[in-house]
Design a protein. Structure first.
Length: 135
């Protein structure tokens, strides 16, 4: 079992860890050391056990805040995903409806401006009605 040496709050600690966990343990120790330095800067030198307890509690508090933020973000993401699925379904329904509309005869496209205008107006009205009912 590997043993590593860590420095926290100006004190040295030797800890054993499972193989492959050295980097993770060093990173966690560095986070604790940063909190210990902040405490020493704010309140001065305190006994080792108190300093480690306070630094650990500060990290636990920060972790809890991050968990809450993460949960809120996950809830918001789920809501946005649901809205996206609803919007995609509405768009698919609108596409189906548009595809059901008859195409004007080809000669109407070039020779009959009134028929084209009327057809477009009907299409727009149908789309607006679909949008109004889906909102």
């Amino acid at each position: 079992m590997p043993e590593i040496t860590l420095e926290i709050g100006g004190r040295t600690f030797s800890l054993a860890c499972d193989p492959g966990e050295e980097a993770s343990l060093k990173m966690a120790a560095e986070m604790l050391a940063i909190e210990a330095r902040r405490l020493e800067d704010a309140i001065g030198r305190v006994p080792e056990s108190r300093m480690l307890l306070m630094a650990g509690l500060m990290l636990a508090d920060r972790t809890k805040e991050m968990e809450t933020t993460c949960q809120l973000s996950e809830t918001r993401l789920k809501t946005l995903e649901d809205r996206l699925l609803e919007s995609e379904a509405k768009l698919a329904a609108m596409t189906v409806e548009m595809n059901k509309m008859p195409e004007p005869p080809e000669e109407d496209l070039f020779n009959n401006k009134e028929a084209i205008s009327e057809s477009l107006a009907k299409s727009v009205a149908k789309l607006e009605a679909m949008i109004d009912t889906s909102a």
